[in-house]
Design a protein around this ligand. Structure first.
Ligand code: ARG
Ligand code: ZN
Length: 879
């Protein structure tokens, strides 16, 4: 069941119109579909009609109004074949039964709480009716939904509402019509007894749109931040990309059982309620930021995904990478651009870099898959967004915008490819993008090494750059990438030097100097800068201008100069990270008998930042947030021992906490909550600073930090301050911690999103007892394998956020994961596969752990009746 990009053929048939009549019932929902079908002039002539299905029960089938003879077709739960379809256009009527209550996969039509909802991307529509379930078949949909009026007073579909009415027997119906042709993965319906908030929106050209967000009854007030984010997203897309909304209504529905974050169904986005519901008392600043970005992401898909969709699933990055890029830019404009960039790069390095360095590595546009659901990855999404960002850096803002305009104009209403997309930018900029397109084809993170040399006599500064990309599965040799390297030179007194190119082929071009971006498109490049009065420090890869690794790290003195003086705030933060990493590695060496860390200058620099008191507290907070254990493991690359990393990092935190104690205590007091709560970036930055101070104080001196955290926990006026205090306490064993957890649960037990935080925090306690605690949590009355958020909170947090326990030498962490994956697999294979990918970096572990991980993967793979999802991950992981 391997699917290959090279095998793409246009569909043999097109389905112009789809009329659905869906009668909702908890265990027997009747789906009547009427499909207007014709042969595709561009498809294979004379082919039979083969429709996709998945677990369907066929009730009735008719061709042009007449029942089909049994020998004319062949139907199984997973396929429907019409042997000799007419040459001309025809109508096929198909009636199927589906059981939403039995649908534990959360793909197709299922129940979440008391509501009916759907998830069709990537291949869920075939679990509702037989269809050409591929994104290049675009149809106009009319959907009639019928249900018990008491059970489901709200009935929502794609497009605009065009009719509704009451029926006998307490039933009612609604009719929705979506005039925009779309692939079936964008189909959705919702039925239930839901509350809602609404808002009117006028587009820049004067169209009126009714916006509504539907939530569990009683939760309406918690949707207001999501609504505010939606309105800001709609305005921003008009201003930044000239894109307006196109229907009379836009509905969002929040459900609590959802495999992913949210889904961009046309006019009817369905969300994991975690990305809709918020209040100061229940949501953290990062929850608010998550809501803002996911609301924007799904809304932006209306143009990048829906109006222009993907020809096939290999092109997934065409909509996802581009839409992530758009939501990142939106959040950057709404908040602090520098802080947003830092957090996006943290995420990319934490998720995508390990993926790219391990056995699950794949190109942003893969060329082969066994299970498409396993390709909704950090590589497709986040690295996909980095490619769009690089494209803009390379061709410049104006040409980028012209390319986007051309893309929208040319491909509106079609199912496009990455080539189509790139051609627009090649045309708009006059630049050949053939080499650039390798970013879509080649997996692996390029490494850039830099040699610098200052010639005092000639007053020249030379950078010798070299790129190389490690082999990845199926790709042993890599061609050089086009890498935009934003840079600057920092002089002795910390001033930014004007870049001036030496003439000749080793110079940077005048344009490169003027923009501060040089291009590395060959394996090596030497660049000479002139008129450099004294030895400068190069600030390289400013703003993280390309998704690459920069090696080797600069000297401590150079990094300190950058931390103090770089005009690029991203690289100031990067310098602090690099200095912290140096310290951690020195400590690891010291534990092996080497020389210890000398952190004096680094700590002094951080002290000045904390004391300065001016500027952006959220940037100071970022500088004080040390690289995570996972960051350190990634930098180590091989023979990783999580225990060694943990103790080195803890030592650094303890020493830094002690050194900075007076400044931290002062900052903790200075950034105490002000009157009233606002989720805006400036207020969030103050809270971030206060809480990173608290955490470091407690790391330096638990005897004073513990009581401070207890007090903050008890007196907190918002969830950020409360959960951060609890997180700090969670690292301090004792009765106070257990009391705090108990109090937290009592206070929030009715709010499932907060209870998820309670579960997650306990799963990440870095202590031997935690594995047993996680087993206990899984026996808790509030735990359920049926709810993906809960499973992620308990098991996902343990496997991805507790390295010492997950990788415990006795194998207990892997055993726990194995047990959950195998129990979950028959119920929800998508989620099981995702949990299993926590083992994706097993090859970089030290030998003993590597052996246990490998045995675990082999045992999982040998289990009978494994889903395609889990066996695909296990097979590739073992590679
Ligand atoms: N298109 C959705 C988004 O990124 C993700 C849906 C993925 N669903 C899945 N089952 N793979 O917004
Ligand atoms: Zn998306």
């Amino acid at each position: 069941q391997a699917v290959r990009l090279a095998d793409y053929r246009p569909p043999a048939f097109l389905i112009d119109a789809v009329d659905l009549d869906i009668s909702l019932d908890r265990s027997k929902t009747r789906v009547a579909a009427r499909l207007a079908i014709r042969r595709n002039p561009a498809g294979q002539a004379g082919a039979p009609l083969a429709l996709d299905g998945d677990g369907l029960v066929l009730r009735r089938v008719a061709l042009d109004g007449a029942p089909l003879a049994p020998e004319a077709y062949e139907a199984t739960p997973d396929s429907f074949l019409l042997r000799a379809p007419p040459e001309g256009p025809f109508t096929l009527e198909i009636e199927t039964d589906v059981d939403p209550s039995a649908n534990t996969q959360l793909s197709g039509l299922y129940r979440s709480g008391s509501a009916y909802c759907t998830q069709c991307e990537a291949e869920g529509f075939r679990r509702i009716t037989y269809f050409l379930d591929r994104p290049d078949v675009l149809s106009v949909y009319t959907t009639r939904i019928e249900a018990d009026k008491s059970e489901a007073p709200v009935l929502l579909g794609n497009g605009n509402p065009v009719g509704a009415g009451d029926l006998d027997g307490g039933r009612h119906f609604a009719i929705w019509r979506d005039p925009f042709p779309k692939p079936c993965y964008l189909f959705a319906l919702v039925g239930g007894d839901l509350g809602h908030i609404s808002e009117s929106y006028r587009t820049s050209s004067g169209r009126d749109v009714e916006l509504a967000i539907y939530v569990e009854r009683g939760k309406e007030p918690f949707a207001s931040y999501a609504m505010d984010s939606l309105v800001r997203s709609m305005r921003w897309d008009e201003q930044a990309f000239g894109r307006e909304y196109d229907l009379d209504v836009f509905n969002i529905v929040a459900v609590s059982d959802f495999n992913m974050g949210a889904m961009e169904n046309k006019g009817l986005n369905i969300f994991n309620d975690k990305y809709v519901l918020a209040s100061p008392e229940t949501a953290t600043d990062s929850d608010y930021a998550g809501i803002e970005s996911v609301i924007a992401h799904e809304y932006f898909h209306n143009w990048t995904g829906n109006r222009i969709t993907c020809r096939d699933w290999f092109q997934l990055c065409l909509k996802e990478g581009l839409t992530v890029y758009r939501d990142q830019e939106f959040s950057a404009d709404q908040r602090s651009r520098a802080v947003k960039r830092i957090s996006d790069v943290r995420g990319l390095r934490a998720q995508q870099f390990p993926e790219d360095a391990g056995p699950l590595a794949h190109p942003v546009r893969p060329s082969l898959y066994h299970e498409i659901n396993n390709f909704y990855t950090a590589t497709v999404y986040e690295k996909g967004a980095e490619i769009v960002r690089m494209l803009k850096t390379l061709i410049g803002e104006a040409d980028f915008r012209r390319g986007m305009d051309l893309y929208f104009a040319r491909f509106d209403g079609t199912a496009a490819t990455v080539e189509d997309f790139l051609a627009c930018f090649a045309e708009a900029s006059g630049r050949d993008l053939a080499q650039f397109s390798l970013w879509y084809e080649q997996a692996g993170t390029p490494q850039i090494s830099v040699q610098s040399d200052y010639d005092a006599a000639a007053k020249t500064f030379t950078l010798a750059l070299e790129q190389s990309t490690p082999p990845t599965p199926g790709q042993s040799d890599k061609k050089p990438f086009v890498i935009p390297l934003a840079l600057g030179l920092i002089g002795e007194n910390g001033d930014e030097l004007t870049l001036s190119a030496a003439p000749g082929e080793t110079g940077a071009s005048g344009e490169e100097c003027a923009r501060g971006v040089v291009e590395l498109s060959t394996p090596k490049r030497k660049i000479v800068f002139e008129n450099v009065p004294s030895r400068p420090v190069a600030s390289l890869l400013r703003g993280f201008s390309a998704p690459v690794r920069l090696a080797p790290p600069q000297s401590a003195e150079d990094l300190e100069r950058l931390l103090a003086h770089d005009s690029d705030s991203f690289n100031r933060w990067q310098a602090a990270q690099s200095l912290a990493l140096r310290s951690v590695f020195a400590r690891i060496e010291a534990a092996r008998g080497g020389e210890g860390a000398d952190d004096k200058a680094f700590f002094d620099a951080l002290k000045r930042l904390v004391e300065a008191g001016e500027g952006d507290p959220s940037l100071v907070a970022q500088a004080l947030s040390l690289p995570s254990e996972i960051d350190i493991a990634r930098e180590m690359g091989k023979d990783v021992d999580p225990d060694v990393i943990y103790s080195a990092r803890s030592g650094l935190r303890r020493d830094l906490g002690r050194f900075l104690a007076p400044a931290l205590a002062e900052a903790h007091a200075r950034f105490a909550p002000q009157e009233g709560f606002s989720p805006d970036a400036a207020s969030a930055g103050r809270r971030a600073m206060r809480n990173v101070a608290l955490d470091l104080l407690a790391a330096g001196d638990p005897a004073s930090g513990g009581p401070l955290a207890e007090r903050q926990f008890a007196e907190a006026t918002n969830m950020t301050d409360r959960i951060c205090a609890l997180a700090t306490l969670s690292h301090l064993p004792g009765a106070a911690r257990e009391d705090a957890f108990a109090a937290f649960y009592e206070r929030y037990r009715k709010d499932h999103l907060v209870v998820d935080k309670w579960f997650a925090l306990q799963s990440t306690i870095p202590e031997v007892e935690t594995t047993a605690r996680v087993a206990r949590l899984m026996a808790h009355e509030d735990f359920s394998l049926a709810n993906p958020n809960r499973v992620r909170a308990v098991v996902g947090s343990f496997a991805n956020g507790n390295p010492t326990r997950f990788h415990a030498l006795d194998g207990s962490g892997y055993a726990l994961l194995e047990r959950v994956v195998l129990e979950l697999d028959p119920k929800n294979p998508q989620l099981a596969a995702r949990l299993l990918s926590a083992l994706r970096s097993w090859r970089s572990l030290e030998e003993r752990r590597r052996k246990i991980a490998e045995t675990t993967l082999r045992r999982i793979l040998a289990t009978p009746d494994l889903s395609a999802d889990v066996s695909d991950i296990a097979t590739r992981a073992l590679g």
